[in-house]
Design a protein around this ligand. Structure first.
Ligand SMILES: [Zn+2]
Ligand SMILES: [Zn+2]
Length: 313
């Protein structure tokens, strides 16, 4: 009997391979995070049966994280048979010929204003809606430049390139291509310059300064300035600077009502041109900064505890 049950991930895997991308299956892909499969004993440094070898040429099906990624559909088929039934991921960078701009939900405002900020616009390119509600913009890896992975705008736009991987739509509806008929665009020179130059404050290069407004990619003014002088957020980076200020306020252990009062004052002083930045948007941004600040603190606590445990023996 022929089985007509096709694994919903299979056609996607085939398409990705046809695009020249290297694909592998994740071990975990849920709101808690995505993780590659664990290494087998022979491939796990620290295990007694570990044998040092090159991850790139290792023949294990799912070891070494993104190094497992392959453009051999037969191998992907084998991966799909390994439990659990999790999503696919693509190794980014030169290996697959792609660079992905990972724009967090909070960074969409920045993307909206890209042309105004940079003086040139991003071309239409293959784009996916990410699990977190942000966007993944796919570009061809440039022929004559090396693009490293890292932050383009901290907390807002990440670059997935060499040594990285991103989750891709795999038929479960959690990630989604906006329009599969759109081709992966070549990177405009301006983007190559942004991604290969020093990373920081560069998205904002070319913008003027705006009178009484604060932030705008430079260091964030002292909180007192916001409080005492009623500074608003710079038009090119309202969302981002609201986020930065909120993050700082949460880090200072201020109570919510106080954070709200300070942010509200800034928001009142902020221009609503060329398009509105509503208070509810600003407060959402502040809440996501709070979440991130908590995560950062928990990580700090965890590493401090681990250190103490080791120290006590
Ligand atoms: Zn292995
Ligand atoms: Zn190995």
């Amino acid at each position: 009997m022929t089985s007509y049950n096709v694994d919903p991930r299979r056609p996607w895997a085939e398409w990705y391979v046809a695009l020249g991308w290297k694909v592998f299956k994740l071990a975990r892909d849920d709101p808690g995070g995505k993780k590659p499969h664990k290494n087998c004993d022979r491939c796990a440094p620290g295990s007694s049966s570990y044998e040092p070898h090159d991850a790139e040429t290792c023949r294990c099906l799912l070891c070494h994280g993104f190094y497992a990624a392959t453009d051999d559909v037969g191998r992907v088929d084998l991966m799909l048979q390994v439990p659990p039934t999790t999503g696919l991921s693509v190794r980014t960078g030169r290996a697959s010929g792609v660079v992905v701009l990972d724009v967090e939900h909070e960074g969409l405002d920045l993307l909206d204003q890209w042309e105004q900020l940079n003086g040139w616009s991003l071309p239409r390119t293959l784009t996916a809606r990410s699990v977190s509600g942000g966007l993944h913009l796919w570009f061809r890896y440039p022929a004559n430049a090396a693009v490293s992975s890292g932050e383009l705008e901290p907390g807002l736009i990440d670059v997935a390139s060499d040594g990285h991987y991103v989750g891709v739509p795999s038929g479960d509806g959690r990630r989604k291509w906006l329009d599969t008929s759109v081709a992966v665009a070549t990177m405009p020179d301006g983007l190559i310059r942004l991604l290969t130059g020093p990373r920081r404050a560069r998205v904002r290069s070319g913008t003027g300064t705006a009178g009484s407004a604060a932030g705008g990619g430079g260091p964030l003014p002292p909180t007192d300035d916001f409080e005492a002088h009623g500074l608003g957020w710079f038009t090119g980076s309202r969302n981002k600077d609201a986020y930065r200020l909120a993050f700082r306020l949460w880090s200072e252990d201020r109570v919510e009502s106080e954070v709200k009062t300070i942010l509200r004052r800034c928001w009142n002083a902020t221009s609503q041109q060329p398009h509105p930045f509503t208070w509810s948007e600003a407060w959402r941004t502040a809440q996501s900064a709070q979440g991130r600040q908590r995560d950062a603190r928990n990580e700090e606590l965890a590493s401090a505890r681990a250190f103490l445990a080791r120290w006590r023996g």
